[in-house]
Design a protein around this ligand. Structure first.
Ligand SMILES: C[N+](C)(C)CCCC[C@H](N)C(=O)O
Ligand SMILES: O=C(O)CCC(=O)C(=O)O
Length: 366
């Protein structure tokens, strides 16, 4: 270990020597164009030692290494690259606003964007992605109710993810897939793609037609709020749902998808919610827990389902032709009331990694 003393703050930091050697960002170590490392870890001596250490200025640290390399570090960068700094940045971040059925109404003006503004102004794209990160749900208004215009609106912000359901999908009650989405019946609160290893990070829905019938209201609720409430009110249930691996499955001719993971997935470093994965319909045989834990699992699940089925947590409205709703499928639960008549939905999934990449490029998240 090497002990550093910050020239300005005096803060002492002990760093592992191999870590520091491996984090030299000079052009010999890191390709200037691709930002990729130019060597393998094996190329460094396992016991590399600093033979000389000097502070060039308040910002620069010069280290001469036992392998002959001379490295120049940005001191703040070293301090900011430590675990405690990462945890403190993440836990003090106010970028997520959990909401319930009442509080979201106060923020509604932050959630609505017109397609024309979105097309004409990159700042509007940034505002939309910011709200999507903050609230988990946004709307694009003024979209001509066609699949093509829906696709243009979505692609203005994110690439579309291809799955077995297609790229841009259009669906009603025709049984195109072995799934209740393709019927007129009620769908309780759920997240999609619990059965995929790489479940969609975002989802967009646009009701382009509903005629000769009634019903078909949609509702959304904030899984972040639900999970925080569960953690406060029933920490044992929360803990079990964070830990127990639960399988989900999707089967139709030529397809057999299965994914096993906890219902609540949290960040191993900060404990923040990463993904809520809840769909009571797409559950398969529960053979991933011993029978001795089943009672506790079902009781914990019941506690979570009680929160997500509570109307006070839900935001219910009718999606009308002209408005796309885009939401975080790892955070938000959604559902649909039964309907009559002819109803046509169009929409798409987007990948998590593309969502977060865009948010980083725009400087919204780290
Ligand atoms: C129509 N659309 C493609 C949106 C949905 C299809 C499948 C929904 C499925 N039960 C799931 O949870 O993923
Ligand atoms: O039909 C709808 O409004 C929503 C369908 C749905 O929940 C889904 O496809 O996952």
């Amino acid at each position: 270990m090497i002990e550093l003393r910050h020239p300005e703050t005096g803060k002492i930091l002990e760093v592992d020597e191999l870590w520091l050697r491996y984090h030299c960002r000079c052009v010999d170590c890191v390709d200037a164009d691709t930002k990729q490392r130019r060597y393998n870890l094996f190329d460094l001596p396992a016991t590399v030692k600093a033979s000389k250490l000097s502070y060039k200025s308040d910002q620069q640290l010069l280290v001469e290494w036992s392998d002959g390399h001379k490295a120049n570090y940005d001191i703040d960068n070293i301090y900011n690259s430590q675990l405690d700094a990462l945890i403190s940045r993440r836990t003090s971040s106010t970028i997520h606003t959990p909401w319930n059925g009442n509080t979201i109404l106060k923020h509604e003006q932050n959630l609505r964007f017109s397609l024309s503004a979105l097309i004409n102004n990159d700042d509007v794209v940034k505002s939309l992605v910011t709200s999507l990160v903050r609230y988990g749900i946004v709307f694009i208004d003024g979209v001509p109710p066609t699949p093509t215009m829906t696709e243009i609106a979505i692609r203005r912000v994110f690439p579309i993810m291809k799955t077995i359901f297609g790229e841009l999908w259009t669906f009603g009650d025709r049984k195109d897939h072995a799934d209740t989405a393709y019927t007129k019946i009620h769908l309780g609160p759920h997240t999609d793609n619990t059965f995929f290893c790489d479940g969609a990070g975002l989802q967009a829905l646009h009701c382009i037609e509903h005629v000769n019938g009634e019903g078909g209201y949609n509702f959304f609720l904030d899984g972040l709020h639900a999970v925080q409430k569960l953690k406060r009110e029933n920490p044992k249930a929360y803990e079990l749902l964070c830990r127990a691996p639960i399988p989900a499955e999707f089967i139709e001719p030529g397809q057999h998808h299965r994914h096993t993971a906890p219902i609540i997935q949290t960040d191993p470093i900060t404990g923040e919610l990463v993904r809520l994965r809840i769909n009571v319909y797409d559950r398969t045989t529960l053979n991933t827990l011993p029978q001795s834990e089943m009672a506790e699992f079902y009781a914990s699940m019941r506690a979570l389902l009680k929160i997500v089925n509570d109307g006070a947590n839900q935001w219910k409205f009718k999606l009308n032709p002209g408005t796309i709703v885009m939401f975080d499928n790892w955070r938000m639960l959604h559902g649909r009331y039964a309907y009559t008549g002819q109803r046509t939905m169009t929409g798409a999934y987007m990948q998590r990694t593309d969502f977060l990449s865009k948010a980083r490029v725009l400087g919204i998240i780290e």
